[in-house]
Design a protein around this ligand. Structure first.
Ligand code: G6P
Length: 474
């Protein structure tokens, strides 16, 4: 039986099956996994996650009781759940990613979406089943009075379901996303909004990355449930139970990241990139191709910057790494296409025989991303809205002189804002001006700011985050 458990949709590893049936394992992506992988493994925490692909399902079937670690993989204690593919698809794609993600990141094209009809009713049923599968697995695996940390918008119902099964457990829920204000959250059908809020309130402790998102959650509990929120003591009381609300920022482990970024595969990508860009200045962005990351407006801003500053032609290159994400959703496929179209327009307008103003890459290459960070003069992070954004924290750790252009809507702005150049993510002219300011920032100022960014980014590395979560359950 386990004393500490973590549950999340995506786990620390994913599997692919080759044509000859061979399974290959690789690290999972995204902020949650980057933050938690190392610590969970080192501390012997049992991680419960879903099988996301055919490769994962094959791995689960070969592992006794879904325990991937017991099938000989060096993952740390890990149980993967083989949820029926149709249920998984509706829960993950239709509800979590197309509804709850869209609500909390304010992504809807309101005149046309959302539309909550009978189809959504079926999808919501699947989301319940999927949350129930996690609750059941956690109830089976958890020792008496164990501490269980349930992660993110995929698993909002699990805390209340698990409490009903195992009242002895100490349960935390943590949101890695922003939280919507009540007037936007209440786009959800009333009974769904209620179930989500009451699901999270089933935990003893509900955690958020910034005070802003915690306040929005409390606003929703007050407005939609009529719950009582204590803003000073940070708690919500509803239906006779009190849930404590916590704010726990997540930073990066600077030493581990630096060590990884000095490995030979990264060095050889640096050599290749240097050959490609010469001694030109580098504006870097690294994202999942994700609607909320605002990649298109970032490219439009770069185009405006080039239009306004011909003196920079031939002297700067924008490296935009936008690796694939959630391609089962048509919105994401269309978004990738519009990123590519926008990049092509910049190329058509400005490229010359000996200057490529923009290098867009839409495939995932972790060592190449680390190489880009190390070489960046400017890092552009301009999301529409973001829970935290670890890219904004990783860049200053790896680049000795990068200036950060950062959206004021990223959670990271709460800590990094004073040392970054903050922008309104919708204001592309303002973003273009900030790119220019970042490029011409005097050497002394950029190094001083970068040192302060580095300190802020590494102040709360994942082990501290985990310790704070566990402490909150004591
Ligand atoms: C965000 C979410 C994570 C998620 C990650 C990657 O960081 O908060 O829960 O894992 O995006 O998204 P994906 O859908 O690929 O797991």
């Amino acid at each position: 039986m386990n004393n500490i458990l973590v549950a999340s949709n995506r786990g620390p590893v994913s599997f692919t099956v080759s044509d000859d049936g061979e399974l290959t394992v690789r690290r999972g992506g995204g902020g949650l996994v980057s933050g938690l992988s190392g610590v969970a493994k080192d501390d012997g925490v049992l991680w419960v996650c879903a099988a996301l692909s055919d490769g994962d399902r094959s791995a689960v079937r070969l592992a006794p009781g879904g325990r991937i670690d017991q099938a000989g993989y060096d993952t740390g204690p890990l149980r993967m759940l083989d949820i029926p593919p149709a249920t998984f698809h509706r829960a993950y794609n239709a509800v979590a990613n197309s509804t709850l993600w869209f609500v909390n990141h304010l992504l809807y094209d309101i005149p046309n979406a959302p539309v909550f009809g009978t189809k959504f009713g079926r999808e919501w049923e699947s989301y319940r089943d999927y949350n129930g599968a996690f609750a059941l697995a956690l109830a089976e695996e958890a020792g008496h009075e164990a501490r269980v940390m349930i992660q993110d918008y995929h698993l909002t119902l699990t805390p209340a379901m698990l409490r009903a099964e195992r009242p002895d457990l100490r349960i935390a829920h943590f949101s890695h996303t922003p939280w919507a204000p009540p007037e936007y959250f209440s786009l959800l059908p009333d009974e769904v909004a209620t179930e989500v809020l009451e699901g999270i309130l089933g935990a003893d402790h509900a955690g958020f990355l910034t005070d802003r998102w915690a306040q929005s959650f409390m606003d929703c509990c007050e407005a939609l449930l009529g719950a009582e929120a204590d803003r000073v003591g940070r708690s919500v009381t509803h239906a006779g139970r009190t849930t404590r609300i916590g704010v726990h920022s997540l930073g990066v482990d600077g030493a581990a990241l630096w060590e990884r970024a000095c490995e030979p595969d990264v060095e050889s990508h640096m050599t290749a990139l240097k050959e490609q860009v010469g001694d030109r200045k580098l504006i870097v962005r690294i994202d999942r191709t994700e609607l909320s990351k605002n990649i298109v407006r970032g490219l439009v801003a770069y185009g405006e910057f080039l239009g306004a500053h011909p003196e920079w032609h031939g002297k700067v290159v924008h490296l935009a790494f936008a690796y694939p994400s959630r391609h089962d959703l048509p919105e994401y496929r269309e978004y990738t296409a519009s990123v590519q179209r926008c990049a092509q327009q910049i190329e058509d307008e400005y490229a010359t025989e000996d200057w490529d103003p923009l290098i867009l890459n839409v495939n995932d290459d972790y060592p190449r991303s680390l190489a880009a960070y190390r070489m960046a003069d400017v890092l552009l992070v301009n999301p529409i809205r973001d829970g935290m954004n670890l890219v904004a924290k990783e860049g200053p750790v790896l680049s000795p002189r990068c200036a950060l252009v950062l959206s004021r809507e990223a959670g990271a702005a709460a800590e990094l804002g004073p040392h970054a150049l903050l922008v309104n993510p919708y204001d592309v002219s303002g973003t273009a001006a900030a790119l220019h300011d970042a490029l011409v920032m005097p050497e002394e100022e950029r190094r001083a700011r970068r040192d302060r960014l580095h300190a802020a980014a590494t102040a709360l590395p994942p082990p501290k985050w985990l310790a704070a979560q566990l402490h909150a359950l004591d």
